[in-house]
Structure formats: C-alpha cells, structure tokens
Design a protein around this ligand. Sequence first.
Ligand code: UDX
Ligand code: ADP
Length: 474
Amino acid sequence: MNSPANPLRICCIGAGYVGGPTMAMIAKQCPDIQVTVVDLNQSRIDQWNSDVLPIYEPGLKEVVEEARGRNLSFSTDVEGGIRGANMIFISVNTPTKTHGLGAGRAANLEFVEKCARRIAECSQGHKIVVEKSTLPVRTAEAGKRILRSSSSGATFDVLSNPEFLAEGTAVSDLLAPDRVLIGGESSEAIEQLAQVYERWIPRQKILTTNLWSSELSKLTANAFLAQRVSSINAISALCEATGADVDEVAKAIGSDSRIGPKFLKASVGFGGSCFQKDILNLVYLCQHFGLSEVAMYWEQVVKMNDYQKQRFSTRIIRTMFHTVSDKQIAIWGFAFKKDTNDTRESAAIYVCRDLLEEGARLVVYDPRVSEKQIRHDLEDVFKDSSLEVSQRHKRLIETNVSIASDAYQASEHAHAIAVMTEWDEFKKLDMKRVYENMYRPAFVFDGRNILDEAVLAKIGFEVHGIGRSNKFTN
Ligand code: UDX
Ligand code: ADP
C-alpha cells in the first residue's frame, strides 16, 4: 500500500469534532494522499464544504481551506467513500446508552457496529480499518468478527488509534501531539499508519501497543485527567469553608514536579463529550469483570463533578438571599470550555436547569454557541425517564430564557452574573459599565475564576469565586 501502483487512499466515516479536524490535518500534511470524509448528516457535510464550518476550532478553517478541493473532500456517499479507500477510519459518536442494558454507563456502539457492517458489505480486496472513536476495551475484537463476515471475500486489519486532541486546541494538538498511539496485531498495518503520521510527527512519539492496551489507554488518560479536576474541585469546597484560596493551593502543589501544574484549575465542573462518558465506560467495564471496588473508585470522580455543579447553583441561590425567583441572571458562556462551540455535558446546562427550576430568568450569552443549540440543550436536560419534556418545562424555557448578543446586553438589569465558560473576551470587558446597568447588590459568581476579584470589589460587585471565600463583601 502507498506505492505508485497502489497509493494510500483514506476514507473517514464521521465528520464530527474528531473526524473533521484529524482528517483535515492528515490531508494538509500529506498532499499526495486522497482523504475523503463521509457522514450521513447532509447539513454537516454541506457546512464542511462551505465557508462556515460546522465546528469552531481556532486555526481549523485555514487547514481545511488549504487541503479542500486538492486532496480533501467531504461527502454523504458513505458507500462510495468506503469502496474508494484502502484505509478506513471509523470516527462516529459513541454516546452513553440512555436505555437498555448498561444504561447510563455503557457506550452505545450502534453507530460503530453499523459502520463495520457497512464496510463489510461494500469492500473488496484488503483494507485497514482504524478505530478512532473512543471505545470500550475489546470493541476491536467485535469489529473484527463483523468484518470477517464480509461476503465479498474482502480481508481486513483492524487498528486502534485513539485521538487525544482536546477541543479548542485541536489544530495545535494535531500538529504537535505528545504522542500518537497505534494498537494492533499486524505490524505491517501498524507501519502503514505510522508512516502517515511520521510525515510530521517524530517517530519516537509514535507508540505502538497491542489492541487492548491502546483502547484502554484512551479511557485511562481521560479518567486520570478528569480525576485531577475532580480532586482540585473537591479541595475547592474545603477552601470555601476554611478561607484558603484554591488557586494558591493549586499553584503550590503544582510546582511539585511530581504533581505538575496542568489540569489543576478549579471550576464549576468538567464537561465535554469525553470525560464523563469514558469514566462511566471504565466503571461499566470494571463491573463487568467483577471489580466493584475499582468501579466505585472511578465512579466517585463523576459524582464529585455532579456535586461541584450542584454546589455552584446552591451557592448562587443561598447568596442571593435564598431566592432567585423572578431575578435575572446573566449566564456568561455556555460551551463546556473556551474556544469551542461544543456544549456536550457543559456545566452551564446543569446550572441553568437548577436556576430555572427556582424560577430565575436567564439571559444567556456565548460567543460561539447558537440560540438553537442552547434551547435544545435546555430541553434535553429536562427530559424525564421516558425522554419527554413536560409542558411546564417547555414553557419555562420559552418564557424564562432569552439570548443576548453580547455580555453587556446579558447583564443589563441583571441581579447577578454567572461566569460559566472562561472565554478570553470576558476578561476584557468594561466592568464599570456592566456594574452601572445591574441591580444592587450586583453579584458575580465566577465559575472559572477568571475575573479579578479585587478590581471588581472596588467597583462595587460582590464576587464569589470557586474555592475562595468572599473577602470583599461591601
Ligand atoms: C479531553 C482530553 O483532554 C483529550 O485528550 C481527549 O482526547 C478528549 O477529552 P476535551 O474534553 O476536549 O479533551 O477538553 P479538556 O481540555 O480536557 O477539558 C475537559 C473539561 O475539563 C472542560 O470542561 C474544562 O473546562 C475542564 N477543566 C480542564 C477544568 O475544569 N480544569 C482544568 O484544569 C482542566
Ligand atoms: P465526535 O466528537 O466523536 O467526533 P460527533 O458527534 O461530533 O462525535 O461526530 C460523529 C459524526 O458521526 C456525526 O456527524 C454523525 O452524523 C456521524 N455518524 C454516525 N453514525 C454514522 C454512520 N453509520 N455513517 C456515517 N456517519 C455517521
């Protein structure tokens, strides 16, 4: 493969937050390799082919524009994509199951299995199938069995190549990853994929393992990262009670080289499509193997995160004289972190839910998240066990949620501001102007500790950050 007689042709199934940027980078770095990204979702594909990409990532547009039309294309022709390629990436979503066996913990593998069946149906000759989606350990084994059932006599090598990019920094993560992990049995297939990455990544950063180590490494990396956030968030509760400052504690412990400074930023809680899903996956796996203590250990990381989100809502309500009913609260940021338009599992969704239940009026502003997405997420979080949203909740969202076009507008006539996402623009606002247009006392609940508490207090705000007791109440 990838000889003049048989050049490498890549197809990626799934044009989402992982598939899109990863394939764009491969196409950019390897102009001689044809890369086709296919997806069932027509509007997503149309957006990838337009000037307004479906996902926001700093620097991504430039990468896509360089390669699109040259050796990168986006299409809904899944079958054609599979037929035309000799290396196929599976990069479809694997959300947590909402019903059935393992509901709430196990990953829903329906989309992955459908892809494997589709590949088996319409392939001929030999192909390398690369798992890019985050999967429970031993999924590759199931994939292999499905592929083996191909009636056309096609043969396959299956590789696991988990993605470690973080949203908001996808382009720089893809350009200079800490490592690339490739798991598999066939050293020839591993070598083919390694040669693609080697075009721009030093060979010593390309690690090879067996299939299951590779699959488990992805879950473990995310579990460890989430655990650090939950650990510092647990300490933030103690800081609020004792008068210590969590950012000072994080700095002090992070300068111990054995601990290190990263992923120690206390927050309103972690979100994103990976952390919770992957830990729950790990928990399910441990339970399956009868390792209940190990399962409980990791489950606590998610419980701590739920507690952190709920603690934040409760603090807002308690501080605002035990009621937020009919009070206007500006929600600054809705994405699960800055520099992305992704809202999956964003802490903002849960805090907004709690505040709405208490009768607050919310004015939401996020620089990248659309009104449609915000309303969709809020409806979703009110779904009951039969996945229905009550009329009361629908009405609540309709009447008590509005969307602002900037942070100033959101805080006009507000009783409080809740900072939910650490967007840089929130640090540069004229806070005097914000203060002027708010009710008194003007509360700020900084769920990301990005605003300068002393400066705000001087203006007149009452500021409550994560992991610090309020020192400046007027
Ligand atoms: C994560 C992993 O970092 C990445 O390697 C993997 O491929 C996918 O999952 P992502 O979810 O995109 O990436 O973002 P990440 O930067 O890890 O942040 C996850 C959440 O943790 C965010 O809500 C973020 O705000 C929060 N976080 C992160 C903190 O609250 N404090 C921190 O110190 C770091
Ligand atoms: P991730 O963050 O893992 O990239 P996304 O939800 O952003 O997840 O993207 C996954 C994409 O996979 C979606 O655009 C979805 O339409 C696509 N997809 C899911 N199942 C299939 C399938 N069987 N064939 C083609 N595309 C699929």
